[in-house]
Design a protein around this ligand. Structure first.
Ligand code: GLY
Ligand code: MN
Ligand code: MN
Length: 510
């Protein structure tokens, strides 16, 4: 399965403009006279002991079945250029591989005889020899183009998983598959790799096992999502690293605020500053940075980031660094661009902060996940009621048939966080929203209030104000730890912090 038609098509993109020499003399010259490669890595990666336990947990749920987790292919950006590669999160979770070495790879859990668990095998395209054209001619995998790929042995040492070349995958997937009792059933994580999906589909059609396959595949995706609801020790450590790098990014942005104020697209200065830090200190950003100043802060996912950053405005920065292992933070602070909140900004900010604190108070084992949101909503509705903005009382708003306060906060208060910014999103409702909060869960608390500039339901002084405060919370045995607590949250702490970082120095000092 080294090269399907689609892959070959992708590999040939841009062939019409190539001027690569084809002579035998050239080929033999470019393939010769190379020094020895550096010694292969032989030590296990830090995730290896943890991924073994994760694979065991999934193995126990699907005895006797072959489970296929593709890493995902490179995705074309345009013509013969690709997006930067990131493997699928379920693959990363069970293999421990992050970074960019595994386009097209797949982790397969092969069932062992007599229901004795599974053997994991990692199929990927290994380092090509210098006596192959791939070595110098493949822009997607060739050493000349993307650097030396790892060998099978190196990846096996790093992950603790047996490895095999990708071209053995198709044959191995079909072994003993059938509909009879005792035959192997195939489950595939869907919507990740079209090439592998086509192979699986072909096997199913040939063996008469296509019926119910889509549901079976969805169940696997669900189980893999649910497996991440409680983080292990390694994951918590990675989350701490992601949060620390994100806090450093926020500090850099605050330091650069005078430059942002002086630029016609100050939001881009903010985004660029945060994203540069993410690339320098981690792998990338975990999602597109939201740098929203003034009225833009009322657009929940404002990622165009092409506006000015003006004194007197609030700047909402929602951003997260994804570390090399692919775990990401997701933090929001709303900052007064001038360094000081106006009275009405402070009033709205304090309401959101109180809502967050109310949510924190119930973020502990024994609460249900949905209680966290409900606690925040009680405060939001109460404040909006006090300010006379609700069509009725706060109690009427909080009733299911009311919900008027949600006009100004249409999003939820919390989501799980980890390898994906919206982690565990395919988990069943009873294990997510309706579930009890458990130690090891990591989720956000992120209430907000957003008054659009043309919202005639609120007095003029509120219009154009958007505030969100978002922290990343680890549930502990007795309560919680706010992983992002180091980043100031209260209005006065924010003002002091901004001043100390030089956010309000005059433009001539920028
Ligand atoms: N940054 C997206 C979110 O907060 O969920
Ligand atoms: Mn979030
Ligand atoms: Mn966010």
């Amino acid at each position: 399965m080294r090269m399907t038609e689609t892959q070959a098509g992708a590999e040939n993109r841009g062939e019409n403009r190539t001027q690569r020499p084809e002579s035998a003399a050239f080929k033999s010259f470019i393939m010769s006279q190379w020094g020895a490669r550096p010694a292969a890595r032989t030590e296990a990666g830090p995730a290896a002991p943890f991924t073994a336990a994760r694979r065991e947990a999934i193995s126990a749920l699907f005895p006797g079945e072959r489970l296929v987790l593709p890493a995902g292919p490179l995705r074309t950006r345009s013509n013969d250029t690709d997006y930067r590669y990131r493997p699928h999160s379920a693959f990363a979770h069970l293999s421990g591989l992050g970074a960019d070495r595994e386009p097209g790879a797949a982790l397969v859990l092969h069932p062992l005889p007599d229901g004795a668990g599974h053997e994991a095998v990692l199929y990927f395209q290994p380092l090509a020899g210098r006596d192959t054209e791939e070595f110098y001619a493949s822009s997607r995998t060739g050493e000349f183009w993307v650097g030396a790929r790892p060998t099978l042995d190196e990846i096996a040492a790093e992950t603790g998983i047996r490895t095999a070349p990708l071209d053995e995958l198709a044959a191995d997937l079909g072994k003993d598959v059938g509909g009879d009792p005792g035959a192997v059933r195939l489950r595939l994580v869907p919507s990740v790799d079209e090439t592998i999906a086509a192979v699986v589909e072909e096997i199913r059609a040939a063996r008469g096992t296509a019926e119910g396959a889509a549901e079976a595949d969805s169940r696997l995706a669900e189980a893999l999502s649910e497996l991440r609801l409680v983080k292990d020790e390694f994951e918590v450590e990675q989350m701490r690293a992601a949060v620390a790098a994100t806090i450093a990014g926020f500090e850099r942005v605050v330091h650069e605020l005078p430059r942002a104020r002086g630029h016609r697209r100050g939001e881009r200065v903010v985004e660029g500053t945060f994203d540069a830090n993410a690339r320098e200190e981690g792998n990338a950003v975990g999602y597109e940075t939201i740098a929203a100043s003034g009225e833009h802060a009322t657009t929940l996912h404002w990622i165009r980031n092409d506006g000015a950053v003006r004194a007197g405005d609030l700047l909402l920065l929602d951003a997260g660094v994804e570390v090399e292992s692919l775990y990401t933070a997701d933090i929001t602070r709303t900052l007064p661009v001038s360094g000081t909140f106006t009275e009405v900004q402070r009033q709205v900010y304090q309401a959101v902060l109180d809502a967050a604190d109310a949510a924190f108070a119930v973020a502990k084992p024994g609460s249900r996940f949905r209680d966290v949101h409900d606690a925040a909503m009680k405060v939001i509705a109460a404040r909006l009621g006090e300010w006379g903005l609700l069509p009725g009382s706060a109690a009427e708003a909080l009733a299911p048939e009311g919900q008027f306060h949600r006009r100004w906060m249409v999003h939820g208060t919390s989501h799980h966080l980890g390898l994906d910014v919206h982690d565990c999103a395919q988990a069943r409702r009873e294990l997510y929203l309706d579930a009890e909060v458990r130690p090891g869960m990591v989720f956000t608390i992120e209430p907000g209030l957003y008054f659009k500039a043309d919202d005639l339901a609120v007095p003029e002084e509120y219009r154009g104000i958007g505030v969100r405060i978002e922290d990343d919370v680890l549930i502990t045995a007795n309560g919680h730890e706010n992983l992002s607590a180091e980043l100031p949250r209260s209005p006065s702490d924010i003002e002091t912090w901004m001043s100390a970082l030089g956010a309000v120095r005059p433009p001539r000092d920028v």
